[in-house]
Structure formats: structure tokens, C-alpha cells
Ligand binder design. Structure first.
Ligand SMILES: *Cc1c(COP(=O)(O)O)cnc(C)c1O
Length: 451
């Protein structure tokens, strides 16, 4: 008799085109059907439970089935689910915009639905700002090597993940790429800080030469997520801010992954003591409940669009812009940050998990063990071309959802993770490392990424 799991995975394979996936891989790699979730736990249709150590693709902050966020959405549902935001407004979107402005110092909030739409909005606004300013030659963008800013055509043109972008290269705008300040690239004996300064020199050289063509630098502050949790010294952000000021270039902080406490501060750029011209937010903004994204910007950018001429305005929209349910969930997330002193609590949680992970950091196959706020990552010295898939499956069998990026293993758990769950992750990781590190894969195919 087939289990409930098997029925759902067969029906999903037949009818659902899963994201970021070569579907044929699922002939051998099973899809995991999730029936329900609570706190850090996901549960399949056969009752097996998994620790959601990737926060459901980096969106979940306070666990699943959270009583406060759930209640806030239910309350909003009884009042107003959605209304057109062009020419109309509502309470949740106004309150959320005010609160985000107060938290970021950026006074105007423009809404989208997904992270990639926030990237598109920031790129278009930056270009349009310079055009309104009589500097229409500023049309191109700068991003870091191994950057990730989303997968719509504009966002993909500032994303440097060849697996995602190469196929579509003929469709994408030609932009500039500068070396990543990723501390792993430091030379022997070179500090993360001096390597970041060296990377900033390359940025300085590009901006000096091409600033009249460049509208904006877009950057993931402190941690390049999809690059494999590449962490870098905040001095890079300080240099980038100064260079952007000097050459009249916007600084776009893409905090879609790192915002809302993930790196230890509410926003990651705050650790560098700078303010960006644009701030892109999504993922954690609703605690992982509903799709919502937001671009915050300065009064001076806003003013450059404020005119009698319609075409000087920002004529961009998405149907669900400023959705009331999503904004209400986001307001509850911000209230939880205040009421529960989340940033301070996370510092204690992070200290505990770092201590528990010390044996992983010391494992002979582990390289570049690193940590920032509520993100932990390390690279594994393994000759296996199927490392990511093999590690994922072996962890899944031990009740842990962990999805390596190439040979980088990372934990990005919901902030409510408890000590027993940290221990389960540590023990499973050590067992799987013993099983996988140092053994060649049976077949020697090309590097296989996870779907
Ligand atoms: C996930 C992500 C995006 C894209 O967000 P989507 O909601 O997946 O479109 C953009 N930038 C960064 C840094 C991300 O991590």
C-alpha cells in the first residue's frame, strides 16, 4: 500500500512545476510533501517531523503556526482583505510605511509582492531618478561577483549565479561586476578587513572610470546569501557608501534575505553605520506568512519624481501592491520585535548555537566555519560531485531540513530555535559528515546542485 506521502508526491510531480528544479531529478530524488507545520517543525503526511533549519527558504522568522501573526491576519480578514492601492489607501499599509520609515530613516515606501519585484522597482527608480535629474546616461548597474538579487529579467541582470543566468544571457542587460569582499577570498595571513578594502579598491577603479554610465550599486549587506552565505567585513559598505556619494551613484541595499534581524541588527547596513539610498525588503517582512516586498527610499529621491508631469512620476504597479493582509502580518512582526526584545534574545540564542556547533567547526573536513547573527555556514572538503544532494537527503533522514549550496552547508533557523533542536542539528551534521566527507561519489558526473 502506498503511503499518503507517496500519493501527494506523485500528484505533485504530475501537476506542479516546482521552482529552481530540473523536474527529471525527481524521478529519483523524492519530493517531500508537508501536511502541517508548527514552530520549527514541518510534518509530512506519514507523521515524520523535520526541523526547518532553512526557515522555509529564508522567509520564516518566528516559526510556523505563530499565534500572534495568525491572529493578526484573521483579524484583518474580517475587516479588509485587499483594495487597489492606486488612488486608495488603508490602515495597515499606512501604519507599516510609517514604522518602516522610522526604523530605516527612509521616508517613502513603495510595495511589490516578491523580492525580485523589489529589485526591479529599485533599479527602475534609480534609473528614472537620474533621468529626471537630466543625467539619462546613467543607465547601468554594478553588482558584486556571486551576487543574487532575484530571477526576473532585470534582477537576473544584476545576479551573478551562472547556473541561473547564463541561459538567459541574450535577454539580459549588460551590467558591471566587481570582486566580492567575501572574507574566504582573503590571502593567507590577510584579515577580512584588509581583503574587503582591497575589493573596495576595485570598486573605486570602476566607479572612477564609468560613473557617468552608472545609476546604482546594488549589494547584499554583510552576507551574500545565494553565494553560499559569503560573509564580509562592514568596512566594505562604508567604502561603497563613500564612493557612491563621491561619484553620484545610488547605493541599493538588498536586504531581502538579511533584513529583520538576520545578521544581528534589524537591518544589516546599520552595522556599518551607513544609510542606503534604496532598501529592498521581502522574505522575513511578514514572518514567512504572505508574499510582500517593499522598497524604501529617501525624501530626495521621492522629490525628484514629484511634478506636474505625469511621466516624471513612477508609473509602476503590481496588482497586489500593499496588500492589507500582508501589511497587517508585517506590522505584527515588527510588534513582536519590540514586545519580545528579539534582537537581544537572538544574541543569546546565537551564542548558544555557536557553542553547540563548536565540534562541527573543528571537524577536519570543515573549512571556513563562519557565523553572523542568526546565520551559520561552513564549506565541506568533499570530493563528491553529488555532495549537496547527498547531504540534504542524509540530513532529511535524520529529521533535519538543511539544503547545502554546492559544498557550503548553512543553518538559517527561525529565531525560536531551542537548545534540543540545535543539538539535533549538531548531531545529525556530525553523523552525516562522518558518512560523506572524504568519500568519492560512485559516479563522477558534473557537480549536481539541489533542485
Ligand atoms: C531571495 C532573494 C531575492 C529574490 O526574492 P524572491 O522573493 O525570491 O523573488 C533577492 N535578493 C536576495 C538577496 C534574496 O535572497
Amino acid at each position: 500500500m502506498t503511503s499518503h506521502n507517496d500519493q501527494w508526491l506523485a500528484r505533485s510531480r504530475a501537476a506542479v512545476w516546482h521552482p529552481c528544479t530540473q523536474m527529471k531529478r525527481h524521478e529519483t530524488l523524492p519530493i517531500v510533501p508537508i501536511a502541517r507545520a508548527d514552530g520549527i517543525w514541518l510534518e509530512d503526511f506519514d507523521g515524520k517531523r523535520y526541523i526547518d533549519a532553512v526557515s522555509s527558504w529564508w522567509v520564516n522568522l518566528f516559526g510556523h503556526n505563530h499565534p500572534r501573526i495568525k491572529q493578526a491576519i484573521k483579524d484583518q480578514l474580517d475587516t479588509l482583505e485587499h483594495v487597489i492601492l492606486a488612488g486608495f489607501t488603508q490602515q495597515p499599509v499606512v501604519e507599516l510605511s510609517e514604522k518602516l520609515a522610522a526604523a530605516s530613516g527612509l521616508g517613502h515606501a513603495f510595495y511589490g509582492s516578491d523580492g525580485a519585484s523589489a529589485t526591479e522597482i529599485a533599479l527602475k527608480m534609480s534609473f528614472h531618478y537620474w533621468r529626471n535629474h537630466g543625467q539619462g546616461s546613467k543607465q547601468r548597474f554594478v553588482s558584486l561577483e556571486n551576487s543574487y538579487h532575484g530571477e526576473t529579467a532585470g534582477a537576473l541582470a544584476v545576479t551573478d549565479v551562472p547556473l541561473f543566468s547564463q541561459t538567459y544571457a541574450p535577454l539580459l542587460q549588460q551590467n558591471f561586476r566587481v570582486p566580492s569582499p567575501d572574507a574566504r577570498l582573503a590571502a593567507d595571513g590577510e584579515s577580512a578587513e584588509s581583503y574587503a578594502l582591497r575589493a573596495a579598491d576595485a570598486l573605486a577603479a570602476l566607479l572612477a572610470a564609468k560613473h557617468d554610465q552608472i545609476a546604482a550599486l546594488i549589494i547584499e549587506p554583510l552576507v551574500q546569501g545565494a553565494a553560499g552565505m559569503a560573509m564580509y567585513h562592514p568596512v566594505y559598505l562604508q567604502r561603497a557608501r563613500a564612493l557612491c556619494d563621491r561619484y553620484q551613484i545610488h547605493l541599493i541595499a538588498d536586504e531581502i534575505a538579511v533584513g529583520f534581524g538576520r545578521t544581528g541588527s534589524l537591518f544589516a547596513y546599520q552595522q556599518a553605520g551607513i544609510t542606503p539610498d534604496f532598501l529592498c525588503l521581502s522574505k522575513g517582512i511578514t514572518g514567512g506568512y504572505l508574499p510582500l516586498s517593499c522598497v524604501l527610499t529617501t525624501d530626495s529621491v521621492y522629490q525628484a519624481f514629484y511634478d506636474d508631469d505625469v511621466t516624471r512620476g513612477f508609473l509602476h504597479s503590481h496588482s497586489y501592491t500593499g496588500n492589507a493582509l500582508a501589511c497587517r502580518a508585517a506590522l505584527e512582526v515588527l510588534a513582536i520585535f519590540d514586545d519580545e526584545n528579539v534582537l537581544a534574545r537572538n544574541r543569546a540564542t546565537a551564542e548558544c548555537f555557536s557553542r553547540i556547533l563548536a565540534p562541527v567547526a573543528a571537524h577536519p573536513a570543515v573549512r571556513h566555519f563562519r557565523h553572523q547573527g542568526m546565520i551559520w555556514a561552513f564549506d565541506v572538503d568533499s570530493p563528491r560531485s553529488d555532495f549537496a544532494v547527498a547531504f540534504f537527503q542524509a540530513m532529511l533522514a535524520r529529521g533535519c531540513l538543511v539544503r547545502p549550496i554546492g559544498k557550503t552547508v548553512y543553518f538559517m533557523p527561525p529565531y525560536i530555535i531551542e537548545e534540543a533542536q540545535m543539538l539535533q542539528l549538531q548531531q545529525a551534521t556530525l553523523a552525516v559528515l562522518a558518512q560523506l566527507a572524504g568519500h568519492a561519489a560512485a559516479e563522477n558526473g558534473p557537480e549536481t546542485a539541489l533542485p
